[in-house]
Design a protein around this ligand. Structure first.
Ligand SMILES: [Zn+2]
Length: 496
């Protein structure tokens, strides 16, 4: 998420390609049967129907999501306003790899967080649920299993649901120029031996969802949406409806947009940026900053793992990262100065840097948010050093030093009552900590440590312990006292 600093070199003006774009446009076909958003199934989704006995799925390295989604963009008038509709049929295949058995499944199910807009149509499993029932509460789907899932065993879940999409600035929402679909499917969080499912609920500030790497096989049918271009985490196989995406990553987000498209490239990676027409200058800059960021970090930390990176100006209060696709709040666009000394530049870089700290390497965003946010803010500094060293003084003051904090950098999101204190602590004091570590061990060794983490934890999660080991193993001198100055947790003795 947002609030960082970066810089923008902004030389040369790329050609926008709003006209003929290979970004597919949907074709209208039939319409989803209308229903009324007046109430859904929430607290008690009812029975978990046994799936017909079939072949036992082969063990998978990571969760697999096969999703058929139909998005009807025709507005349905309701007493709560005009609604679009999303219908999803989802099949989840999961192999349990932990030695601790899983007695229950906990899925993050954000569409159900709004019960007045959500209807569960069916839920089935190839493993019996206790009492034949499941529950949905606080945006999570809970299924207690009659027989716990043991190491090496797999389970198949199927669910179908309908979600009305209201006109609102949310991750599932629409406005005059776009439709956003973030966290729109049910997914399993990681399961850790010592903590079970890393299934968290919202705090007062910060992000709380934790994503394992997963395989997505998504078919997306869009009804009545001819005027939109489609952005997504992945690239579809073709342009005919339904669009078919096969994507491996941390998450799969979608945005339909009528905004201007700006294109760049970063080596083999295609960069797409979408901005409102009144933000044309920012649109060029978004594409430029994103291309620089993806290019720089591909070279310095490890290759960006996808063929396309998309950034979308989106009607949200904050920026928000997904794998392959990030959203930027329009509020940032007013900061744009053209010389790089602005939050627009810094946050655009920040969200792209999350492709490394969140995307390639994940973390428990609720319990250890510093592991992606402090790293992403520090990435802004690396970006400015690479492209706009003349703005470093500006970055340090405007982005970091004018917002002091004395709290521990490694607090969970639940320790904070307000967003500003959370950012000042986890993001900004976190960046100071990273700089102290780098100053102590030297820049080259510091970058080697970042590279080590990106190599060793690619597609996985990292913890504080991984970080302590990575840095100490490259440092010629002890670092523990620095970590202990900034963190609450005790730092294990790590030998270099
Ligand atoms: Zn962030």
């Amino acid at each position: 998420m947002l609030f960082c600093a970066g810089l923008c070199a902004c030389t040369g003006r790329p050609e926008p390609s709003a006209a003929s774009s290979p970004v597919p446009s949907p074709g209208a076909t039939h319409s989803i049967a209308a229903a009324s958003p007046t109430g859904g199934i929430t607290e008690s989704p009812g029975n978990v129907t046994p799936l017909a006995a079939g072949s036992v799925p082969a063990p998978l390295d990571r969760p697999r999501y096969q999703i058929d989604a139909v998005l009807d963009t025709d507005l349905l008038p309701t007493e709560n306003g005009e609604m679009m509709q999303l219908h999803v049929e989802e099949r989840i295949t999961y192999t349990h790899h932990a030695q601790i058995p899983a007695g229950e499944l906990v899925l993050q199910f954000e569409p159900a967080r709004r019960p007045e807009l959500f209807f569960l149509e069916s839920l089935s499993s190839d493993r019996a649920a206790r009492g034949g029932r499941a529950d949905i509460r606080d945006g999570q789907l809970w299924i207690a299993l009659e027989d716990p899932l043991a190491a090496g065993e797999s389970i198949v879940l199927r669910l179908a649901y309908r979600r009305f999409i209201a006109r609102e600035p949310e991750l599932i929402g629409w406005n005059d120029v776009q439709i956003l679909l973030g966290n729109w499917y049910a997914f399993l969080p990681p399961f850790r031996e010592d903590a079970g499912w890393l299934a968290h609920t919202p705090g007062a500030a910060g992000e709380y969802l934790t994503y394992p790497y997963a395989d997505f096989d998504v078919r997306l049918d869009i009804l009545g949406g001819d005027s939109y271009q489609i952005a997504a985490s992945g690239i579809p196989d073709g342009e005919t409806s339904p669009l078919h995406y096969q994507f491996t990553g941390r998450s799969f987000a979608i945005s339909l947009t009528r905004q201007m498209l700006f294109r760049r490239s970063a080596g083999p990676v295609e960069i797409l940026a979408f901005a409102r027409s009144e933000h044309e200058l920012q649109g060029y800059a978004m594409a430029d900053i994103s291309a620089k960021t993806i290019g720089y970090f591909s070279g310095s930390l490890g290759e960006y793992p996808h063929k396309r990176f998309t950034v979308v100006e989106s009607d949200l209060f904050d920026g928000m990262e997904f794998d392959g696709l990030v959203f930027l709040s329009p509020a940032l666009f007013e900061y744009y100065s053209g010389d790089g000394k602005d939050y627009f530049t810094a946050i655009t870089a920040h969200e792209a840097i999350h492709q490394w700290w969140y995307g390639r390497v994940g973390n428990d965003q609720a319990m250890e948010p510093w592991l992606d946010e402090a790293f992403a803010v520090y990435g802004e500094l690396l970006f400015y050093e690479a492209y706009q060293p003349e703005n470093l003084e500006w970055w340090w003051w405007t982005r970091v030093n004018r917002y002091p904090s004395d709290h521990c950098v490694d607090l969970s999101v639940y320790a904070f009552a307000d967003f500003r204190t959370y950012v000042n602590t986890v993001y900004l004091r976190g960046a100071k900590m990273m700089h102290a570590v780098r100053t102590r061990m030297g820049k080259n060794a510091f970058l080697e440590s970042l590279r080590d983490l990106q190599r060793d934890r690619f597609g996985l999660m990292m913890t504080s312990t991984d970080v302590f080991h990575a840095f100490q193993s490259r440092s010629p001198v002890p670092l523990a006292d620095i970590w202990e100055e900034y963190l609450c947790q005790s730092v294990p003795a790590v030998q270099g």
